[in-house]
Design a protein around this ligand. Structure first.
Ligand SMILES: Cc1cc2nc3c(=O)[nH]c(=O)nc-3n(C[C@H](O)[C@H](O)[C@H](O)COP(=O)(O)OP(=O)(O)OC[C@H]3O[C@@H](n4cnc5c(N)ncnc54)[C@H](O)[C@@H]3O)c2cc1C
Length: 384
């Protein structure tokens, strides 16, 4: 497949990882990104062991290159008590791979540094047309012909609407706030990631980012808030005022400028296929563009990395036919993606129940079920 050309639309985790994989296989890659710079946000994110293995397959060490901090245990609580706790093998460490907390901007930097000189980067390029007849992507001024178009343009991907019109984006009915606190202001540190399910469909989690500080995330019901960051900070203070320590400390240590607000949506149902053959080439959906999942299980980033590594495997396995390679990519990915999407939606439904519902369900769900689901989420190896 030498000298084949790919256009990757979107330089999020999925697009960066796809560009690395394709360049390693000798493709010439045009990476088109609408933002001015290839930069990750100042946020913390959990990367499960599955994602850490995928990163390793791309040549990135999550702990060394992206300063990831291994998570020793994951705790799920309600306001009064511990509901479930798992670590070790349940987080994927049975083969020595940790699940980690990473600083998103550092993860991006590590990926960008692996792009290499076969990848031409075009920032400030908003792709608004994909030619599905003579395969190409472009904006109002330029057009990039390609053998393969990788649509890694996030959950609102117009390409998914073309390939899989029955897979819309669903509003999850909650909004997320995420905060990052620099190390010198960070409250108590811990090797655990903790998530607390509270009343009124509210949820708060936190974890340690080592030198990069500490991070927290929270969801509350409703849509995006129009207020200034200052007022949003005050609202969050009020919403979580009587929550157990150290919730208040995390909020108090965060400045309004260190807050990020995000809408929470997911793709449902998942597409029945992730690619479309076009002549001898094709289009493939990657990451959130294909399968944005409800973020309640912190799976989206890992799945995006797994997608890219699996695409590389499929292209190596069937070098003579791109449509066949894309078909084997679909076969390899869809069962896992469907499983994770179903579970994420189920847990999101539990987390979004009213006060009694969530508390009751948290009590009713056996620890062994939570642990086995966690183990299955972490249980992914790069295909050989
Ligand atoms: C509140 C919240 C918490 C989360 N926490 C975690 C977590 O802890 N762990 C985890 O693994 N995942 C988490 N996720 C999910 C994770 O952030 C996403 O799944 C992941 O970032 C998806 O990456 P992506 O590259 O597919 O999409 P995106 O990150 O959305 O990247 C898409 C890129 O395409 C660009 N783009 C879009 N349209 C165009 C266009 N027309 N032309 C050119 N460029 C375009 C965008 O600018 C963007 O750079 C969370 C998500 C949310 C909302």
């Amino acid at each position: 497949m030498h000298n084949r050309r790919a256009v990757v639309v979107g330089a999020g985790v999925a697009g960066l990882a796809s560009a690395i994989v394709l360049a390693k296989l000798g493709w010439r890659v045009a990476l088109l990104e609408r933002r001015e710079r290839l930069k990750g946000d100042d946020l913390g994110m959990i990367l499960w062991a599955s994602g850490v293995r995928a990163l390793r397959a791309l040549g990135v060490d999550a702990t060394l290159d992206a300063a990831g901090i291994p998570i020793e245990r994951f705790e799920i609580r309600n306001e009064e008590r511990l509901s479930s706790s798992f670590g070790g093998a349940m987080l994927g460490a049975d083969d020595g791979t940790p699940s980690v907390m990473v600083h998103t901007a550092m993860l991006y930097e590590a990926l960008v540094s692996r792009l290499g000189d076969r990848v031409e980067v075009h920032p400030a390029t908003q792709v608004d047309r994909i030619d599905m007849v003579d395969l190409a992507a472009g904006d109002a001024f330029r057009r990039w012909d390609a053998d393969l178009v990788v649509a890694a343009d996030g959950i609102d991907s117009p390409t998914r609407h073309l390939i899989a019109p029955g897979s819309p984006t669903v509003d999850a009915g909650v909004v997320a706030f995420r905060g990052i606190v620099p190390a010198h202001r960070a409250p108590e540190r811990s090797a655990e990631a903790v998530e607390i399910y509270g009343p009124d469909r509210r949820r708060f989690g936190y974890g340690d980012l080592g030198h990069a500080g500490a991070c927290w995330w929270a969801t509350v019901p409703g849509g995006m808030r129009p207020e200034s960051p200052q007022i949003q900070h005050e609202l969050i203070n009020r919403w979580f005022a009587d929550w157990p320590a150290p919730v208040g400390k995390y909020i108090a240590a965060t400045r309004p400028s260190e807050l990020t607000q995000q809408s929470v949506r997911y793709v449902w149902p998942l597409p029945a296929r992730l690619n479309q053959a076009v002549g001898n080439g094709g289009i493939v959906l990657m990451g959130d563009a294909a399968h944005g999942v409800a973020p309640v299980l912190a799976q989206g980033g890992s799945l995006a990395l797994e997608d890219a590594v699996t695409l590389g495997w499929a292209l190596r396995r069937t070098p003579e036919s791109l449509p066949e390679a894309l078909a084997s990519y679909d076969r390899a990915r869809l069962p896992r993606l469907k499983r994770v999407a179903r579970l994420s939606r189920r847990v999101h439904t539990i987390a979004s129940g009213g006060r009694g519902v969530t508390r009751g369900l948290l009590r009713a769900v056996p620890d062994s079920w939570v642990q086995s689901q966690a183990a299955s989420l972490a249980d992914w190896q790069p295909p050989r």
